[in-house]
Design a protein around this ligand. Structure first.
Ligand code: ACO
Length: 319
């Protein structure tokens, strides 16, 4: 029987840092308001000539090196992104070209902030079915391009970045289980509603959000999907060493941990350093906790995402 396990992780944040103090110069806000409501201290912003596929390339190279393989060994590329380089072709195809490889399937997944969890669950099925030995799974975003920098309700929340993993065929299980969900009835509470029609954008091309509705929905479904997935994997909450939730907002993370009865010292929190990077947030946090030594071999880690759609899901990993 073929299993899949994460063989290497990588991440990348663009060089430019935008602090809360910098934002005070752009909109009417304060470091105190942003930190107390969200836990965010700073976010990274891509350079004008940097595309999502460039961020993805840096993160992918680090993950490929950590896995000890060559780019040519990759048999599948999935990029989770809400901010693709262009309408088409996919950012995954652009990344493939930048990696200098050709031939393997490459496609994007659009599930907003749940995108990485969706992509990892998909790659797991692909690897376990024997279709490839190594899959590259990436979350990459340039959210700064879809923010209205005059709207203090949204522009303070997000940032740019990328995270990646190499998922490899293995004899022992690494991915223990996954659950994905969506409910399109909640499409309106978090969206970029603009449409490209006949050469013009109709409707807003910027993130619009009902903050309080998003908050309540996120906390409920993050906790629910963890509680749904654990028994399906014959695990209990006590078996989990690390929770890595989507890094939207420290208050959503704390409320989720509380609902799950999980102490915050078992929760990886990186949102303060990079804001909400949507599909990149979970692999960024994962790479951080792997590289600083918190996540050790044998640990059980649960990744839980929620995002526009609404979409949500979780994956349990044995390291
Ligand atoms: N700086 C200062 N004041 C602000 C700012 C800002 N950046 N933004 C809003 N305010 C003001 C509002 O105008 C309002 O003023 P008023 O009372 O005079 O009308 C006041 O602050 C309170 O506004 P609320 O929206 O009620 O503030 P709340 O405490 O609910 O916090 C927040 C807003 C942080 C957006 C919260 O609703 C939240 O965390 N929601 C979750 C949203 C989120 O994380 N989205 C990320 C994308 S979703 C995802 O990734 C799944």
């Amino acid at each position: 029987m073929i299993h899949s396990r994460i063989a290497g992780t990588g991440s990348y944040l663009p060089a430019k840092v935008l602090t809360n103090a910098d934002l005070e110069q752009i909109v009417e806000t304060s470091d105190d308001w942003i930190q107390s409501r969200t836990g965010i201290r700073q976010r990274h912003i891509a350079a004008d000539d940097e595309l999502g596929s460039d961020l993805a390339l840096h993160a992918s190279k680090a993950a490929i090196a950590a896995a000890g393989i060559d780019a040519a060994d990759i048999g599948l590329i999935i990029v989770a992104t809400t901010t693709p380089d262009m309408i088409f072709p996919s950012t995954a195809c652009a990344l493939q070209a930048k990696l200098g490889v050709a031939g393997c399937p490459a496609f994007d997944v659009q599930a907003v902030c749940s995108g990485f969890v969706y992509a990892l669950a998909t790659a797991d099925l692909y690897v376990r079915a024997g279709h490839c030995k190594h899959a590259l799974v990436v979350g990459a975003e340039v959210y700064s391009r879809i923010l209205d920098w005059t709207d203090r309700g949204t522009c303070v929340l997000f940032g740019d970045g990328a995270g990646a993993v190499v998922l490899s065929a293995a004899e022992e299980p690494g991915i223990l289980g996954a659950r994905l969900h969506a409910d399109g009835a909640h499409l309106g509470i978090l969206s970029v509603p603009g449409q490209v029609r006949n050469g013009v954008v109709t409707g807003s091309p910027f993130v619009t959000m009902e903050g309080n509705a998003v908050f309540r929905f996120a906390v409920r479904v993050l906790a629910d999907v963890v509680d749904e997935l654990l028994p399906a994997c014959n695990l209990t909450r006590a078996d989990i060493d690390w929770l890595i939730p989507h890094q939207a907002n420290v208050r959503i993370i704390e409320a989720t941990a509380k609902r799950l009865g999980m102490p915050m010292d078992k929760v990886v929190v990186t949102v303060g350093m990079h804001g909400n990077t949507s599909a990149a947030s979970i692999p960024l946090a994962l790479d951080c906790a792997v590289r600083d030594g918190r996540i050790q071999r044998g640990h059980r880690v649960i990744l839980a995402g929620v995002g526009g759609g609404f979409t949500w899901g979780a994956v349990v990993v044995r390291w």
